[in-house]
Design a protein around this ligand. Structure first.
Ligand code: SAH
Length: 349
């Protein structure tokens, strides 16, 4: 299989173009795109025709078209992108003078998290690294001048650890010089807790990792994330602990979706702190973004505030992530196109 641009690494391009300098020019050219090209042009600045013509005969571009853009009042933009055989979603979230791009790693998902709308789509196919890069490039091109793209999170559709080869390549591509040259800490891969994939990711990548914990007992976690029966809480946190000892510079996040009456009690807050003791992880609390048919509740605002306070008061770093782009169904767990049309019930924020 030949790989398409922008899915080739600097080293691979150097080999193919027979020069580091040409490879660097090519990456700079990709960085200058203001639209995603339909095909590779006949000439590229800084790469001689003699070398470019055979390269162009061997490699193309993935097909990626913006099908729809939805802009939320808070500046969050959701893109529906047509790729080969699937529609995927990418979200750009501006905050504090920079934008975070949220990319999808799969078209659909095979995991069965009860609270996540993506599972309703089923699974269409794995995305290639170049398609993940294309999502970043497209969203970056349209970022407002006062909030340029600085961070990438693999928190869109899909479970990154179930497509790990391509996700690892995408992380390498995002962090390579001269373009896009993101810092490893600025790229965060989020997982529902696929333990073998987490172990490999933590060995092979310097990027940040977010674990979606979402409960403090195996019983409750298995209720909302059936795979917890295979990889329970303790085992997942042990993997994070071992990695933090090996590599203290990595940023680790624990995502905790708060469900009203299920995992949002004071006892949960205390158990959460106890579970994370000794682990240098930051907690992100995400109030559940509801969608019909799950039987799960959004927590009250007072509960969110009290839970947060109780965790912080015990010395655990913790932030509440306010839902972004809820009214355009761009918030966590809402990335499913069908529901947009079918009377999605947004909650006031
Ligand atoms: N599969 C990966 C990445 C996609 S989900 C993972 O599970 O981490 C990204 C984040 O959104 C996860 O932390 C997940 O727990 C959270 N999430 C999913 N559905 C949600 C919902 N309906 N409301 C709030 N957060 C949700």
């Amino acid at each position: 299989m030949t790989r398409n641009l922008p899915g080739l690494t600097l080293d691979e391009l150097t080999k193919e173009l027979d020069s580091r300098q040409r490879a660097v020019e090519l990456l700079k050219w990709i960085g200058s795109w203001t639209a995603f090209p339909k095909e590779l042009p006949e000439t590229v600045p800084g790469v001689s025709h003699r070398v470019w013509a055979p390269f162009r005969a061997r490699h193309g571009l993935p097909r990626v078209e913006v099908k729809e853009r939805k802009l939320s009042e808070d500046g969050t933009t959701k893109y529906a992108l047509q790729v080969d055989g699937a529609v995927i979603e990418t979200v750009r979230i501006p905050a504090n003078g920079r934008s975070t791009i949220c990319v999808s790693s799969q078209a659909g998902c095979t995991r069965k998290c009860v609270f996540c709308a993506t599972k309703e789509l089923g699974f269409t196919r794995q995305l290639k690294a170049e398609e993940m890069l294309a999502q970043y490039l497209l969203a970056r091109m349209e970022a407002p001048a006062d909030a340029p793209a600085r961070n990438v999170v693999f928190m869109g559709m899909g479970e990154p650890m179930d497509n790990l080869d391509e996700v690892l390549r995408a992380v390498e591509l995002l962090t390579q010089s001269p373009f896009p040259q993101l810092r490893a800490q600025s790229v965060t891969v989020s997982t529902s807790g696929v333990l073998p994939g987490m172990e490999r990711f933590l060995r092979e990548s310097k990027a940040s990792l977010a674990l979606s914990l979402n409960a403090t007992t195996d019983e409750v976690r298995a209720q909302v994330m059936p795979q917890n029966k295979t990889w329970p809480i303790r085992a997942l946190l042990d993997v994070l602990r071992a990695a933090a000892e090996r590599d203290p510079d990595r940023d680790t996040f624990v995502e905790y979706v708060l469900f009203g009456g299920l995992n949002d009690t004071d006892a949960d807050a205390d158990r959460l702190v106890a579970l994370l003791r000794g682990l240098p992880a930051r907690v992100n609390l995400i109030p559940y973004n509801p969608f019909p048919g799950t039987g799960l509740q959004t927590p009250t605002e007072a509960r969110v505030v009290a839970f947060h306070r109780r965790v912080v008061d015990q010395g655990q770093l913790c932030l509440v992530r306010s839902p972004r782009g809820r009214e355009i169904a761009a918030a966590c767990g809402q990335l499913v196109l069908a529901s947009d049309a079918q009377g999605f019930v947004p909650q006031p924020t």
